[in-house]
Design a protein around this ligand. Structure first.
Ligand code: FES
Length: 162
């Protein structure tokens, strides 16, 4: 990150903290606003957040870790989520996830080295009746088997995939 970006990020963080500093339960709104603004919640922000809200850094860390929606690293250009919740698991989402990892060349929960794609777990997309479900850049797709996954993700497939 360049110095300019860091300064912009600091200004944004200060604005967000000013907005929510005196709000009961302000931690989640701070984290949401920060992720909306930056695309992730940098670990370097934890101490400033903790100080502003008069809580511990461990508490900030705990909440970021608990909620799967928060990222601590920038996402790739495309975010592909594979549902890991109960209904989708019963319909093969684990196999689909393993297929997605091979096909995209990235492990679940990580961003590929070229920054093209992030593969994330998600815990119910509200499409349980049509499991397994995935989302690509927040657009849901239901009844996704391996072939449908391949059709939906052709542009991010790694050439080494078989
Ligand atoms: S469990 Fe996967 S969409 Fe609900």
């Amino acid at each position: 990150m360049s110095g300019g970006e860091h300064l912009q990020d600091q200004v944004l963080l200060d604005q967000i903290l000013t907005c929510h500093r005196n709000e009961p339960g302000g931690l989640l709104p701070v984290l949401r606003d920060l992720q909306d603004g930056l695309g992730f919640v940098p670990e370097e922000s934890y101490s400033a957040i903790a100080e502003a809200l008069n809580i511990s850094v461990a508490e900030v860390h705990g909440v970021v870790s608990f909620y799967h929606d928060f990222r601590t690293e920038p996402a790739g250009a495309c975010v592909i989520q594979v549902c890991q919740a109960e209904s989708c698991q019963a319909c093969g989402s684990r196999e689909l996830t393993a297929h997605a990892e091979r096909r995209l060349g990235v492990a679940l929960g990580e961003t590929r080295a070229d920054g093209a794609v992030t593969l994330e777990p998600v815990y119910c997309l509200g499409n349980c009746a049509c499991s397994p479900a995935i989302a690509i850049d927040q657009q849901s797709h239901a009844l996704v088997d391996k072939a449908r996954f391949d059709a939906l993700t052709t542009q991010w497939a790694q050439e080494s995939d078989t």
